[in-house]
Structures are given as C-alpha cells and as structure tokens.
Design a protein around this ligand. Sequence first.
Ligand code: GLN
Ligand code: ZN
Length: 770
Amino acid sequence: MMAVAHILGFPRIGAKRELKFALEKYWRGDISQEALLDVARTVEETAWQAQQGLDLLTVGDFTFYDHILDTSSLLGVIPSRFNHPQGEEVSLDTYFRVARGRAPTGEDAPASEMTKWFDTNYHYIVPEISKNQAFTLSSQKLFDTVKRATAYVARNAKDNNEPQAVKAVLVGPLTWLKLSAIKGETFSKLTLVPALIEAYRTILVKLAESGADWIQIDEPILALDLSEEWRAAFTTVYEALAAVSDRLILTTYFDEIGDNLNTVKTLPVAGLHIDAVRGDLDSVASAWPNDKILSVGLVDGRNIWANDLAKSLTILEPLAKQWGDQLWVGSSSSLLHVPVDLNAEEKLDAEIRSWLAFGIQKIAEIEVLTQGLNQGREAVSDALAKASAIQVSRETSTRIHNSAVAKRIADIRPEDAKRNDPFTVRAALQAAKFQLPLFPTTTIGSFPQTGDIRQTRLQYRLGGISEAEYKTAIQAQIQYAIEEQEKLGLDVLVHGEAERNDMVEYFGENLDGFAFTQFGWVQSYGSRCVKPPIIYGDVARPKAITVEWIQYAQSLTNLPVKGMLTGPVTILSWSFPRDDESDETTAYQIALALRDEVQDLEAAGVHIIQIDEPAIRELLPLRKARQAAYLEWAERAFRLSSSGVAPTTQIHTHMCYSNFNEIIHSIANLDADVITIETSRSHMKLLDVFREFQYPNDIGPGVYDIHSPRIPTTQEIETLIERATEYLPKERIWINPDCGLKTRGWDEVREALNHLVAATKSLRQKYQAQ
Ligand code: GLN
Ligand code: ZN
C-alpha cells in the first residue's frame, strides 16, 4: 500500500513577486519578451523544485496572467475585437491585450471583464462566447510545459529510480463554459458541449503524447448548485473524454460536492479529488468506488494555519486501508491562494510564526502525511509531535483569547444592531442639519497616493522621520486635499486617506489580534498581489484609530467632512481568518471595535461617517442553502458597527466591483443612510434591479470609472445621472465616482471631478427650474 502525495497547484507569481515585476517591466516596454520568458521559466521551475518530495509533479498551472484566460487561448476563444486570426497560435501580446486592453505591441481594445474566482479574492478573465462558437486549439503553451516537465523529471530522476510522474492541470470544459459570458444573441451554453468535447478530446490526446501521466481536470463548479441539465452534461462530457483518456482526475474544491455526488460517482474517470477541508469527505468516501483513485485534499489551500497532522492521519488511515495505493493525499485546492514560503518571514513574531504554514510548508505537511500512511506513524513521530505541540500552543497561548472581548460579544443585545429611528425620521433630521443641495456630491475616500505620500509613510516606517514630522507631512496632505475639494465645489469632503497604505492593513495594524507578514503576497489578478493580514486572536481596539486625522480635516473647513472606516466584513474577508473561531464571531469582534471608533468620531464632531464594505459579497457561501445565514450575520456585523450613533449622524457605506443585484435586499438591510456604489463600468446595469426593488435609502451610483485612465466628459456624466433618475427618486440620489481615487493622478482627478460637479450643477438647474 502506497498513498500518493501531490498538490493541485502552486503560487505562480514567485516568492518575491518576480513574475509581477517582470510583467510590469515588459508591459512598460523596459524588457524584451525573451527576458520575461526567462523569469517566467525560473518561477515555474522553482515551483517544480518545491514539489521534489511529492510523488507527482503538478504542472501547467503556471500562467502569465490567469489560468482561465490560458484555457480560452488554448481553445482559441479570443474576442473578435482583438483581430486574432482564427486557428493561429495566440501570441503573448494578444493574450495580454485580452487581459489588459493593451500590450507593448498591437492595437489597444477594451479588455475582457474580470471577476472573482468562486469565493476567493483571485480574479479571472471572463471568457466571451457567442452562438455557434468554434473551438480551435490555438496555444501550445500547455503541451510545451508538459514536454519540458517530462524532460525535467527524467533529468532529476536518481539513478535507477523512476522519474516523478507528471500531472498536467487543465480547467474542465464545463467549468470554463459555466464561467463564460455570452456576447451577442443569447443561446443555451450547453449547445456548445459537443464542440467542446471535440476540442478537449484533442487536448487530452496531445497531453498524453506530450508525456502527461495524469490529467487533473478542474471542475470546481461541482461545488455549486447545478441544474439537472448541467449535471447531465457532466455525464455526457466525461463519458466522451474517458473514451480517450483513462488518466483523468476529476477535481473539485472550495465546497462540498453535495447533491452533485449522485452524478459524480457514476462518471467513468480514473479518480476524484475533493476538498476535505470544506467538503463532505464522509459521503464521498462511502459513495466513491475503492478501485478508483480518491484524492483527499486535507491540507488547506485557502488558509495559512499549520495542519494538525495527527488528526489528519486519523482521518486518512481508515481511507488508506480501503483505497491502498489508490489513495492520494493533497492540498484542498491549488496553493495559489496562500503565500509561498514562511521561511522568508524574519520579522514575524516567533510564537505566531510557529502556528503557520505557507505553500512550501504545506507541501512538507503533505509529505509527512503520506509518509505516515506508508511507513506508519513512528516514521514521522517527530513531525507529528511538533504539529501537536503547535496545536497545544495555540490553544493555550495567552495572546489569543481576551475575556473582555468575549464578554462584550456575549452581551450584545438585538437593539445594538439597529438604529433607534427609521430612515425616514433620520433623513428628515439629517436634511435639516446638513442642508445639502439636490444631488449632493462626494468622493469615496482616497485621493491620489502620490510618490510623495508613499515616501512619507515609508520614511516613517523605517524611522527616517520622527512622529511629529510624519504628522506634519500627513496634515499637509490633508490640507491639500481639503483645499482642492473646496475649489472643486464638492459638498461632502473627505480627508483623502494619505495615512493609509491599504484599507484593511491600516485598520489591522491598529487593532489587537492581527499579525502582518513581509512577503505574504497572494495573487489577486494578473500582476496584482495582496498581502492579507492574519487574524490570530480576539479583536479589540486599544485606542482611537482615525479620529485625529478626520478631526484635523474638519477643522480646516466649514463643509462637512466624512469620516472613513473599513467595515467589519471587508476586514474579515480580506484577511486570513482564524480557524479556531467562527467568521461570524470574528466579524462581530471587529464590528464592536469599529462601533467604538464610530462613536469616538461622532463625539469629535464628525457627523458623516462612511463604513466601506466592498467585500460583503465575497464571503457569500457558494451554496444557496447557506447564503441566508451568512447574509444575516454580515448585515448584523455592519449594523453593530454603525448603529451606536444619534439619528442626526449620517452613516454612509460603499461597495464596488461585484455583482450586488442578487443581494440588494441585504444591502438595503444594512440601513446605511447613504450608499455609494459602483455602476459606471457596467453602464449602470446595476440600476436594473431598482425596477423591481425600491431601494429605500439614499444612493450614489458611481458616475466616474476610476479604474480607467479615461476622463468622462460632463455630458457623459449628465447622461448617467439622467439614467439614474429614471430608476431612483431624484431627492435620494448622490453624485460620486465609482471608488476611491488613490490609483489616479491629481491632474486627471481634478479634471474628472470638475466635470462631475459641472454635470451636477447643470442638472440641479434643470430640475429645480421644473
Ligand atoms: N474608502 C476607500 C477608498 O476610497 C474605498 C476603497 C474600496 O472601495 N476598495 O480608497
Ligand atoms: Zn470601491
């Protein structure tokens, strides 16, 4: 009996973000394509070296931008505006143009849309398909990789030893299809199944010819609620594919297979991988045949806590008895969602560090688990003892539990999560107090993060300037932002967020229970990475965080300044959460800390306060049956943070870059007095929802797409506002950009906001004259 060790994929950006830097240089025209390819191969090969101790070498997951876009290129699905000659190899620059709208060569064209990969913070490029879509293999990349990998394992095989088996990763046809967007005339996606089957049969044959021993075919949509038609398509597709390959490992992750299991268990594939961290191991184990491969993903690909190895072995040992050498042990998902190597973290507190495992460490955990199964626990007794000691250390550490926090959570009363007065009463009081004009104008919080600002923060962090010097420098930035806004003629001002590196990190750094890494980067999209904080303990606020800055801003102007906070659900969802506490409880802990901040702002004379929740949709469970429970606690967390104020204090929230239509009721339940929400990129598609649903409170649909360098004209903005008035009562409408302005330059921001104010003024005249 020999269990097999593998992973589903490795981070693609490089431990020090080597690929990111090379990509950005290439896009700027600073390095050649050859130089970019060199870096890419090194990053890829480093990932292969990391897998040395595993039985399988997983390859083909490396990507220059996104693995879904790789699949679209493989299938030859390139939108026609990129003028790609059908059937020809998709060049790297065409590929980059689809992702980003531009590349060092070729004509610019609007990039394809990008959206979140299931419930992760990774974004993929949405494939665009049309009726009678043809598929022509148009990328050699995957086959070339497999060939290189085959040579690599042969080269590295020790004398007389078998080379490591090569497993190629391939996005499954049904997941690719499900995630695609229909362009032009609508049709049923499943009509493309026969053509896709043909394409995939060719791919599978070519993969085998290239030397792939196994094919990991990823179908994470099996973790979603699927209709009968889609389930039936799984049967059709996999019967056809199994006819050309007996090496298919059907792979699912991020949630349980649940009611798709009846279909899955009959599919004629060689093996099945499941996410045993989030999934239903017991039901799969009782349904899946013992003579087929069962791959159990027990090492968490989504979080950074060290595995409780002894506990995992207890789960795996009975499976090993049943499946023998057909048992594979792996990561729950690709490791692309965790940082590369904990060993790089030299500044992290030693105790906290001992609790963690990043990509490299997770591979070592998988090796230990397999060795424990294959050679018995004695063979890995040291590693098991160490892992158990880590669990004990976490359970008993004095840094995790805070009895005052626990007591506050226990003492939450229902009325704490509810404003005392209904919106109509509050709105009247606030109107009297703020005397804002029709269509009040505001921004989302941040102003351009200039080199100057970044330099100031860096200097301060490195100890190059004193606290007093830092304060003076930031105050000067605040003053600049306030003066500019007054000149522009905006109605509700912001301080500009110059003191913030990142909207989550900034709050985490000022709260108990958070830890930060130096190199804990995780790919968000393309070359963009985020460095999520780690929530390891109970969250509390030792002292006020933002009050001093906002108060200073308010002291400079007679116009209202809006205080700016990041909401509890967003802080939670953009961090690595605890695994020893529920997300719900952690969200309430953060909410209570923010509630104190909100009340301190109010006491300091800041009477408009925005609590951003752009990530509220991100933690939405994949399965519908669990969504209502999540939304209920997410709403409660927001309201806990925002409800401790007088009716005259105006609470704003902000959301962006997600499809909010399906959770619009929950957004209304937040009961914020004003919501500013992204719409301009989707041409106000969001507004459609207001035909059926009357949004009760004030709303500012974004009229300036801040993610584009394009400056909207006054006329364009007027048109967008007019559109909004068709859907929303005009006295409820606010005028604002889509999102914060920190990534833009002052010149363009000034011009765009000038247009925004001009458009607003002209419409005020028009409507007030009526
Ligand atoms: N207040 C934040 C800003 O303006 C909001 C950012 C966001 O929504 N992602 O930068
Ligand atoms: Zn935003």
